[in-house]
Design a binder for this molecule. Sequence first.
Ligand SMILES: NC(=O)c1ccc[n+]([C@@H]2O[C@H](COP(=O)([O-])OP(=O)(O)OC[C@H]3O[C@@H](n4cnc5c(N)ncnc54)[C@H](OP(=O)(O)O)[C@@H]3O)[C@@H](O)[C@H]2O)c1
Length: 819
Amino acid sequence: MTYRVETYEKTFAGHEPFIAQHRSSGFGILPASVQLEMALLGVAQRRAFAPLELVDVAFVRPFTVADDERVTGRLDVTFAERTRFELSAVTPDGRKAVSTGTGGPLPADARPPAAWEVTCPVPVPPERIYRGWAEAGLTYGPDFHTVRRLSVGDGTAEASLATVAQPVPWYSHPLLVDGVFQVVSCALQDLADGDAPGPMLPIGVARLALYANLSALTTGVTVRVRRTAVQDAWSVADAVLLDPAGQVVAELTGVRMRRLPAHRSAAAPGLLTRIEWTPADAPAPRRPATGTWVVLHDGGPDAAGAATVRALRADGARVVEVLPEGPAPATGADRRVMPRPDEAAFQRLWEEIGAPVEGVVHLWNTGPARPDQAELAAGLYACLAALKTLGQRQRSGRFLVATERAQPVAAGDAPEPARAALWGLVRTAAIEYPGLRPRLVDLDPASADALVAELGGDGPVEVGYRAGVRHEPVRVPLRASDSGRPPVRRDGRYLILGGHGGLGLAVARRLAGDGAGLVALVSRSGGTGADADALAGIESYGCRIASFAADVAAPGALTGVVAEIRQRFGDLHGVVHAAGALRDGLLRGTTAEDVAQVLRPKVDGLHELAAAVAGTDLDFAVLFASVSGTFGNLGQGGYAAANTYLDAYAHARGAPWTSVDWGLWGEVGMGTAVAEQLRRRGVRPLGTVEALDALMTVLRDDVRQVVIAHPDAPAGAPAAPATGTTPASTPAASPAPVPPATAPAAAASGPSPAGDVDAGRTEDGLAEFLAERLGIDGFDRTAPLTDYGINSIMSVELAEELSRRWRVTLPATLFLEYG
Ligand SMILES: NC(=O)c1ccc[n+]([C@@H]2O[C@H](COP(=O)([O-])OP(=O)(O)OC[C@H]3O[C@@H](n4cnc5c(N)ncnc54)[C@H](OP(=O)(O)O)[C@@H]3O)[C@@H](O)[C@H]2O)c1
């Protein structure tokens, strides 16, 4: 059967009062009350007013209009058993449903209900709610300031409404009905204790019954609201509108409203920082080197390696050169070839050298750049093997890593990501192997000689040379500039790798709240078991979710996903790479395979993503990296390496790529399990809203790398420099880890023994201490400490406390090393 359909169209311009005075996230929004008025007009076929009702109204997505835009609204009214209406926005991408429902005349004998009462003991100044909404990004112009007197109770609100706008022959008077939604929003929030109201959006009305024409009402109108249900994603209330005589003129039942994310105009102060390389003093003059040094270089006569070897030999030190390839040297010569620089090869090297190694200088990530795998094998993996095996043999020494073009030291530098990965590892090694004094020097070809000056030893962990000038990295505030362009397009399409994870879903929800029309989420699980509330929250903005099950590192998988998105929905406008996995553990127990597994989703995933979106004109491509990479982090050497790769990639590729070095998120994501421990140590995790606000601020700017984390704890607070998912510890003052049995040599009090000979008493003291701190009755000395859930943060805490009690300096890694 075919039904008669009537279609009405009206084009809305961004400057029209209804749109211009009703704005959220930088866009004008056609108010829900105007949509109801249009539906009433359509259902009544524009005849003179008669009592009417609308039923099962759903506000599917916001009808947004930019300032300089005109968007056509089209209302289709289908006259079937129930008259159905659908309002849609006509955009270049097609028609998008905005609101739907059914309606018709009220039965002739329908009478308005009696006006029910509500208890609302707490007066709230209306200016407070309008100001609070405006601060959170929802602004109402003067015509919409209809709430005159407001009081609230527990899930209730009562207000008087008035309007100064010129009377117009409406059915339902949109300004007053919008006032009803405003008062409903107040009833659904806890304003009684002085909280600022959050912005809310109507998403449905079970029934609107209009008993009288509201056009003529301007003052003396009363609204009463009572909450009827609270769901995860929305809350529900009933409302009645009374005329000045106290008669119910309109009744709204089952009004569903959803909270909008608060939109601050800028990130919270101090949250955004960046790394700036600033010129620094030359290093202090060095003392001549002694003992045995190992220089890993390529053997080229003019390179920094050759200069280093010459300088060390001139000092009188023994130098063993290790080359990646070449003819096998004569037996006994101080030259080796190490074509496969794995742990076994380094074990052999140290054994052959025999004597303790005074210093290692690694230069295999210098010279012309090679393919990633070759750079990683010679740099990241070789240094992991060298550090682990050397650390097993000796507690002190020097480990100097020289790279070329691994860091963005000077403006315009395009660092090699695979070399930058080595920096993340060595930053972590500086925390885990303080006795080996790992340091990093980034060179350019014009600074090859500079390395010799750094051999002396105890300078900062990181320096960079450009044209012979020494630089050091400094963390400085990022003064984000605003391009004025909203980062999220209305109805834009966005791809999120790791989109079903904690951060991925939070970002998807913010994109949806800011107007996105589609979020495509990718993970290996494809969303099985993903947070259903979070998914419902995204959809409640009228944003579609397309979930894909794919391994981002699998060759071609993302290309297939992006092709499907393009075909089903259209080109992408932005991408977020938030796929990642942890394999935490001290470097001494980390294998090359562990590192490779952490690199896979981040690094291989990045290359797959770049290939999949090649040629697409993206507004942004954000890489989720971590402060663990920027500063190194105890137990996260491989993870740090993966993240520094992302940082360098964004610098090297330029716009639209941006790498965000996140501190720990405290409410969602992979770090929540340790958030409380970190809080105790003075590290403030990121709140979800403030993190997303900061992200949006960054996306309005044009930056390549940004650190988003709370500043470190102030001096005097418990030592906890970390803002990563586990804390970077302040390296213990002791240059080398001290076994617990001999550590308390200087103990003067407490349960510990007085001398290093009484290992038994030390053990007793330790067991007592651990039982007390772990809150257990008996401590099994034969069980690994990890059985007691000791992680890197606890190790830092325990080592600090034991150091205080026993008045000794114990390394932060103590309880992990011997766990
Ligand atoms: N949470 C924090 O505090 C924090 C701090 C700094 C940086 N970050 C970074 O932010 C990103 C997101 O972290 P999160 O806290 O949201 O972690 P999460 O909750 O564990 O989510 C990670 C997501 O990545 C997906 N994933 C992992 N490997 C994948 C692969 N090979 N292919 C496709 N998807 C893969 C996971 O799903 P499947 O397992 O189903 O594939 C999951 O959806 C990570 O890169 C992390 O390093 C997080």
